[in-house]
Design a protein around this ligand. Sequence first.
Ligand code: FE2
Length: 237
Amino acid sequence: MSSSSDHARRGLTRRDFLAAAGLAGVAVGLGAWPRAGRAAGPIALPPLPYDESALAPVISAQTIGFHYGKHHKGYVDNLNKLIQGTDLADASLEQIVKATAGVADKTAIFNNAAQVWNHTFYWNSLDPAGGAPSGRLASAIDAAFGGMDGLKKALKDISVGQFGSGWGWLVADAEGKLKVVKTPNAETPITQGLKPLLTVDVWEHAYYLDYQNRRADYVQAVLDKLLNWSFAARNYG
Ligand SMILES: [Fe+2]
């Protein structure tokens, strides 16, 4: 089943999902980060933009069920408990991430908030229909990596090379130049002056049920079949 038919069946567009996720500002180049629910309400777990089985066989429904339903939800639940009654209780998710990055006594809040942000971005970085970049983004990929093969190799190498848990990212720097970066644990490029375009989760919970220790096979399959290039293009602007 395609993502577009999933959206139609659910009555959701991808932009609806992004708005619910608090990612609309990133995806469409707007500044504000809307929060789901009431302004003073808790940070919400956004709906998946596709069915749990939509990414199979690259990523199984079982993996998505645990990854989204347990891990991502767990970060949301932890974050809401941690910010309750604090001066961050009414902040947006992005504000929480940026306000707590590198602050020693806010590590737990940062870790959970950044993991909520990173996971929402990850679900949007994947598209059951796959595809290929085009236009200005394709030209930028050619300039930075010599084409898609070069990009895939660079993103695979940096993702597989992340020691322990973390993330591989395609980002644009302040000049709009594309590069790949890795971040450990919950770290995220949005605190480093970089604009994320796509990410690959390389925590073991992202692939262990399907690939066991074969992180490279998981990353290669995601890069070949699931990257959401329309999401990347919107983020690139
Ligand atoms: Fe994850």
